[in-house]
Ligand binder design. Structure first.
Ligand code: CA
Ligand code: CA
Ligand code: CA
Ligand code: CA
Length: 462
């Protein structure tokens, strides 16, 4: 089996079982050691598939030659044809002949002058740890600040100061689908402004027909919410933008915001090819003028992927922050130790998030890293929105989950709040504000030596 990115409920077991590749921070062009290569080769991926990045000047004849070496057929383009905003050419998802192993197929074509690199179609999993999922505690500790609860994000203080409205800001949820009809989310369900629903026309010409609430890359269709299996994405959405002040349910860091969704995690996780497409989806929307400030990425797995790192860099160039869960393997993910992707990539727009428990300790499952993890945020015992079933009908519900998946959307919401309060601010300035306030105002002993800032999320001054 090959690599899939998954949600964090499964991530603990899987990530613990799958050693990750080790890379130096500046390893972009460095040769892998044999041991590193072996770890990458064992990371889960879709059998018989490679994502091939061609060089910009590769001709059709060059591509045919490369595919011929492995009996390859192009399944789909990974990058949109009009998205060549870097120095590389097409990237294609290719199915090769089954007699080639993954390593053999890679080796067969990597030296070809038309090939920039070829990577397994890694599989990623989501980053939530479920504990008694539907047991609601009644306490949104992650948003609070009180004498008995000092480790929350202090969003309640920001709210008290009038900072609740992120309505000018779009946030991309790269995850499962989310229940945009949920009673505590519906008013914050953003829409792709240039797409007309249900007319079977790609109105905004972004390559996706009727992508109003986003796009389902896993199902290859426009329905981003497909049922109660989309609980993880819905939970993430509620922490970023659960409707505040409506006398029901929860409140997100942003009481109002425009949520959009790139669904790529299905029941079996999500693939590298779809992860790249999901990241580029928001980059392209931003280039069309949609004010996307950040994407939330509560998922991880796979080996090192230059293709995913390049996609994150395209987001960086477009001014989109990439907020990433550190992962749930209780492991040091620094590049000098056991990196976990995408959190451990060194792109400037990544904010990597560890999970805190309400007593201020690092959550038992949380990954950490003095250089690769930026800050901590509430991630244990977090109540948020989920779809649930009553008498066979899907209805709005709430549930208590734990994971770096839950810590991450607190930070994504914080980025949106800061952006809304400071119109026109750059991605770098938002990141500096989030990390700076954590470092200056919220030093946390459990994070010392475990995160870059040694601090936790604190939005009280936003
Ligand atoms: Ca479209
Ligand atoms: Ca349409
Ligand atoms: Ca769907
Ligand atoms: Ca509410």
């Amino acid at each position: 089996m090959n690599n899939i990115f998954k949600r964090h409920i499964l991530a603990v077991a899987i990530m613990a079982a799958m050693p990750m590749a080790i890379y130096a921070e500046d390893s972009r062009d460095r040769e892998h050691s044999d041991a590193q290569r072996e770890r990458d080769d064992k990371a889960p991926a879709v059998s018989g598939e490679l994502v091939i990045q061609f060089k910009k000047d590769a001709t059709d004849a060059d591509k045919a030659r490369v595919l011929g070496k492995i009996g390859g057929e192009v399944k789909e383009n990974v990058k949109l044809k009009d998205d060549q905003n870097n120095d590389k050419g097409d990237a294609d998802l290719v199915r090769h002949r089954p007699e080639f192993t993954r390593a053999a197929a890679k080796a067969e074509i990597e030296a070809d002058p038309a090939v920039e690199y070829a990577e397994p179609n890694y599989i990623y999993t989501h980053d939530s740890v479920s504990n008694d999922t539907y047991q609601v505690s009644g306490q949104l500790w992650g948003m609070q600040n009180s004498p008995t609860n000092i480790y929350g994000s202090q969003a309640s203080t920001a709210w008290a100061n009038g900072a609740t409205n992120c309505g000018t800001v779009y946030v991309g949820i790269i995850d499962e689908g989310y229940m945009y009809t949920h009673e505590d989310l519906a008013a914050n369900a953003g829409k792709n402004p240039k797409e007309i629903a249900g007319n079977k026309i790609d109105d905004d010409k972004n390559g996706y027909v009727d992508d109003v609430y986003g796009w389902d890359f896993d199902g290859k269709n426009s329905s981003v919410f497909d049922g109660i299996q989309d609980d993880h994405g819905t939970h993430v959405a509620g922490t970023i933008g659960g409707i505040g002040g409506n006398s029901k349910g929860v409140a997100g860091v942003c009481w109002s915001v425009q949520l959009l969704n790139a669904k790529f995690l299905g029941n079996a996780g999500g693939t590298l090819a779809n992860a790249i497409k999901a990241v580029d989806y928001f980059t392209n929307l931003k280039k069309q003028g949609v004010n996307i400030v950040a994407t939330n990425n509560s998922w991880g797995g796979g080996g090192f992927s230059q293709g995913l790192k390049d996609a994150i860099e395209r987001a960086n160039a477009a001014g989109i922050l990439f907020v990433a869960a550190a992962g749930n393997a209780a492991t040091n993910i620094d590049n000098s130790a056991t990196p976990s992707y995408p959190a451990s990539y060194d792109n400037a727009n990544i904010i990597s998030v560890a999970s805190l428990a309400s007593d201020g300790t690092l959550s038992s499952f949380s990954n950490y890293g003095a250089t690769s993890v930026d800050l901590g945020a509430p991630g244990s015992g977090i109540i948020s929105t989920v779809p649930t079933t009553v008498k066979g009908k899907i209805v709005s519900g709430y549930a208590n989950y734990s994971g770096t998946s839950m810590a991450t959307p607190h930070v994504t919401g914080a980025c949106a709040l800061y952006a809304a309060r400071n119109p026109g601010v750059s991605a770098a300035d938002i990141k500096a504000a989030v990390l700076g306030d954590a470092q200056v105002y919220a030093q946390t002993p459990s994070l010392l030596g475990k995160t870059l800032t040694a601090g936790r999320l604190n939005v009280s001054r936003f």
